[in-house]
Design a protein around this ligand. Structure first.
Ligand code: RB5
Length: 149
């Protein structure tokens, strides 16, 4: 069971509703940071910021963010040190983003992939864990601890 934060801009709202039901069915704790259903315009940088802060606070383990392409959410979320947001359009990317990159936010593009693929990608992302080892050394190079080279 993971603590998951989910968010979407206007382009990702239907996916968010669809994915939320399944994530809850899987037994995860889920919190929605918006946008509300029916919102005509929601700006992805603001939703990504909410999700990034929620994870960095320690209250959540993982995030799922949906926009038109997934790219805007990923670019915005990755501005936060400690966030590793990955756009995944297939299950292989989802698996390796967790096992090798320790991605803590999955970004999906509702204008790129269909809802069933998005669901499958999300399930794979949530089902895998970071392998650590040499991958941890590499991830530490992305966000070196204070004082490290
Ligand atoms: C919104 O129209 C669109 O630009 C946004 O959802 C996303 O695709 C940006 O990356």
């Amino acid at each position: 069971m993971a603590r998951i934060v989910i968010g979407a801009d206007h382009a990702g709202l239907e996916f968010k509703t669809f994915l939320s039901a399944r994530i809850k069915d899987l037994g995860h704790f889920l919190e929605d940071v918006g946008a509300a259903p029916g919102t005509e315009r929601a700006d992805y940088p603001l939703i990504a910021r909410e999700a990034a802060r929620a994870i960095l606070s320690g209250r959540f383990d993982l995030g799922v963010l949906v926009c038109g392409t997934g790219i805007g959410m990923a670019v915005a979320a990755n501005r936060f040190s400690g966030i590793r947001a990955a756009v995944c359009e297939n299950e292989v990317s989802a698996r390796f983003s967790r096992t090798h990159n320790d991605a803590n936010i999955l970004c999906l593009g509702a204008r790129i992939i269909g809802p069933e693929l998005a669901l499958s990608v999300t399930e794979v992302f949530l089902a895998h864990s970071f392998l650590g080892g040499r991958h941890r050394e590499r991830v530490r190079m992305i966000d070196p601890p204070e004082g490290a080279v």
